[in-house]
Design a binder for this molecule. Structure first.
Ligand code: PMP
Length: 433
């Protein structure tokens, strides 16, 4: 039996002996000791409704997923230089969900590793290293991933865009550089501008990477037509296109299994992470035969843990669960209900300037009458929701977006509970305009 440390003792030890750039959620940090479905429990037995965790995709500690991992772990876990059918089985499950062009998988351990590999593929295929990415985009913690993540290099401690990265403005039709209806072409022109900038330097485009809904940017939905037109321009210039589905993939969008499918495009590379292992570290890169063939130039790609039988057993069970429990359909139904009700709430409380997103991937943006961002109020709302046992997170360029991205077993009753407390808290003094 382990001794239980007080939260203060854990915090003090962290401060001294664990990475100094680790941050903590909430003014009074919480220690979670159990998870089940869309709920978490802290050490005092307090239950929380989780609207934040898009990793525990099919529900925290899903019984079948846990069992699949335990069972395989007791048999054999080793690297992919030995044969094992689990890797094939997982590949098949994924290929079934993807457009037919995307039928080669590489298994890795995190979203960062997936994007890192995708960038290496870009270099191998195009011979170029210039990347185009979105403002406030986040693609991971490795050197190359940070180099295309404006969220990091344009934020605290960053040094701006590196030489080989071109950033286009956040395609936010609500408060971005171009606003309102029919702005897709203006944001496409910004992508064109990035291509021109690269060519002016006497080089050419390597890759274009964007999430189908920009998560760290504050659940920014891409304007209709933006992605298809951008892909067309990038490909015309010789570049290849990556869809980062680390947050948006695996059924969360509701209408579609992958985010890019909302935009009627087929990327050359898709990177998959968070939800795939339901909390276990497994991620993947899907690509075309052409990309895979060119990348395999003789140098072996070896990944000690990537695609091991335990990880694959877990991820296969996650994908099967999404299908058998009809969780994509649930994300659609519950997500559309919640979004419609949030829109009603925005009519009653003008501090809610915008409600957006797809399926169970929604954003609520708080602004004043002049569309100025209200970060303190957004933080207040998240902390007050916690007082009522509901976990919510904030994000966006100005930290004024509440994000809803729960395990996709989230029910209509859960949505109603969120709405009930949001409405109650929105009447509090601190949130009056
Ligand atoms: N891409 C996106 C869109 C992400 O949100 C994240 C993680 N927040 C990553 C990549 C990196 O994934 P990981 O933390 O698993 O390395």
């Amino acid at each position: 039996e382990k001794t239980t440390l007080s939260n203060d003792a854990i915090i003090n030890y962290r401060k001294q002996h664990l990475g100094k750039s680790l941050s903590l959620q909430y003014k009074t940090p919480i220690k979670m000791v159990r998870g089940a479905g869309q709920y978490l429990m802290d050490q005092f037995g307090q239950k929380y409704l989780d609207t934040v965790n898009n990793v525990a995709h099919v529900g925290h500690e899903h019984y079948k997923v846990v069992k699949a991992g335990q069972k395989q772990m007791a048999l054999i876990n080793t690297n992919s230089r030995y044969l094992h059918e689990n890797m094939n089985e997982l590949a098949k499950e994924l290929i079934e969900t993807l457009p037919e062009e995307l039928n080669v998988l590489h298994f890795v351990n995190s979203g960062s590793e997936a994007n890192e590999l995708a960038i290496r593929m870009v270099k191998a295929v195009t011979g170029e290293k210039d990347m185009i990415a979105s403002e406030v985009g986040y693609h991971g913690n490795s050197n190359m991933a940070v180099a295309i993540s404006s969220y990091k290099f344009d934020g605290k401690g960053g040094n701006g865009a590196p030489e080989h990265t071109q950033i286009f403005p956040l395609p936010d039709a609500f408060r971005g550089k171009y606003r309102g209806e029919n702005v897709a072409h203006k944001y496409v022109a910004e992508v064109k501008n990035c291509i021109d900038n690269i060519q002016k330097k006497g080089r050419n485009v390597g890759g274009f990477i964007v999430e189908p809904i920009i998560s760290c940017g504050g659940q920014i939905e891409l304007p209709e037509g933006f992605l298809a037109k951008s892909y067309e321009l990038v490909r015309k210039a010789g570049g290849i296109c990556i869809s980062d589905e680390v947050q948006t993939g695996v059924g969360r969008m509701g209408k579609t299994f992958w985010g890019f499918q909302l935009h009627n495009v087929v990327p050359d590379i898709v990177t998959i992470g968070k939800p795939l292992g339901n909390g276990h570290p497994i991620a993947a890169v899907a690509c075309t035969q052409k990309v895979a063939d060119t990348f395999a130039n003789g140098m072996e790609y070896f990944n000690t843990f990537g695609g091991n039988p335990v990880s694959c057993a877990i991820a296969t069970e996650v994908l099967k669960t999404v299908k058998t429990e009809k969780l994509q359909e649930n994300a659609l139904e519950v997500g559309e209900f919640l979004k419609a009700e949030l829109l009603k709430l925005s009519k009653e409380f003008p501090i809610i300037g915008n409600v957006r997103g797809q399926g169970l991937f929604l954003g609520i943006e708080l602004v004043d009458a002049n569309l100025n961002p209200l970060a303190a109020q957004t933080d207040y709302l998240a902390n007050r929701m916690k007082d009522h046992g509901i976990l919510m997170s904030t994000d966006g360029l100005d930290y004024n977006v509440l994000k809803i991205k729960p395990p996709i077993v989230f029910t209509k009753d859960n949505a109603k509970e969120v709405l009930f407390y949001l409405q109650k808290i929105l009447t509090e003094d601190f949130l009056q305009l």
